[in-house]
Design a protein around this ligand. Structure first.
Ligand code: CTP
Ligand code: MG
Length: 229
């Protein structure tokens, strides 16, 4: 079985809006509904686990009723960090399904609504081959490391900008998330890597942006319209 945990329990502090960014309007539909739709349309996915914050539960229920959205998602509740939210999603899977050796789990940011079925398929293919993969793109900008007064150039061909979905063999991901939370974990590959496992890179897509700042909604709108054409 293939699962996806869509994490959507963040507050979106950089967006600076009243409503968390994953619930903001994108082409007449909340961002998160676009995200979920792509996974529904993907034949690679058997079960969708949506992780939202407990405070947004009523909002989510009202949203589904209002939009007659009969999405068969499993609902889990998030924590204070992305790590905690993914961990709760994993706990939901472990409680409600019996995981086997052929099972894989993808983790996806709810704030990435332009993910496509072909990208999801590519990510899973990579995971079947390598057990632990991230989608990523090479940096198109020149890169420096350090701080504003002391820094060095880095070969940009060695720098990968990481996206989601990230896909892992189920047993590997659940084992990795048993470890202690670390504020440096901003994705799942960092957690799995701590076990000593190698992470393979699968080519991502420039359109698979993470909505972070207000202007990203306009960029996402542009990409959505482009895809529809
Ligand atoms: N996320 C989550 N639980 C958290 C924090 C983040 O489920 N406690 C989710 C977000 O909802 C988002 C994804 O993880 O879909 C990626 O996180 P990010 O883009 O950093 O979202 P936020 O943390 O909500 O935004 P910000 O960092 O600007 O506050
Ligand atoms: Mg964040």
């Amino acid at each position: 079985m293939n699962f996806v945990i869509i994490v959507a329990a963040g507050t979106g502090s950089r967006m600076n809006s009243d409503l968390p960014k994953q619930f903001l309007d994108l082409n007449g539909v909340p961002v998160i509904m676009h995200t979920i739709d792509h996974f529904h349309q993907s034949s690679a996915i058997s079960e969708i686990i949506l992780v939202i914050s407990k405070e947004m539960e009523q909002f989510w229920t009202d949203l589904c009723l209002k939009q007659h959205y009969r999405t068969p998602v499993h609902l889990a509740f998030g924590g204070d960090t992305r790590f905690a939210s993914v961990k709760n999603g994993l706990a939901y899977i472990q409680k409600n399904f019996e995981l086997g050796t052929n099972d894989y789990i993808a983790v996806h940011d709810g704030a990435r609504p332009i993910v496509s079925s072909s990208l999801i398929a590519r990510a899973f293919q990579g995971a079947y081959e390598h057990q632990a993969i991230v989608l990523a793109r090479k940096s198109i900008e020149s890169v420096r490391t350090g701080n504003s007064t002391s820094n060095n150039a880095v070969d940009r061909n060695q720098v990968w900008l990481v996206q989601t979905p990230q896909v892992f063999h189920a047993e590997l991901l659940t084992r990795a998330y048993c470890q202690k939370e670390d504020p440096l974990f901003t994705d799942d590959a960092s957690v799995v890597e701590k076990l000593g496992n190698r992470i393979a890179i699968v080519e991502g897509d420039a359109k698979n942006i993470k909505i972070t700042y207000p202007q990203d909604l306009q960029i996402a709108q542009f990409y959505l319209n482009l895809i529809k054409k």
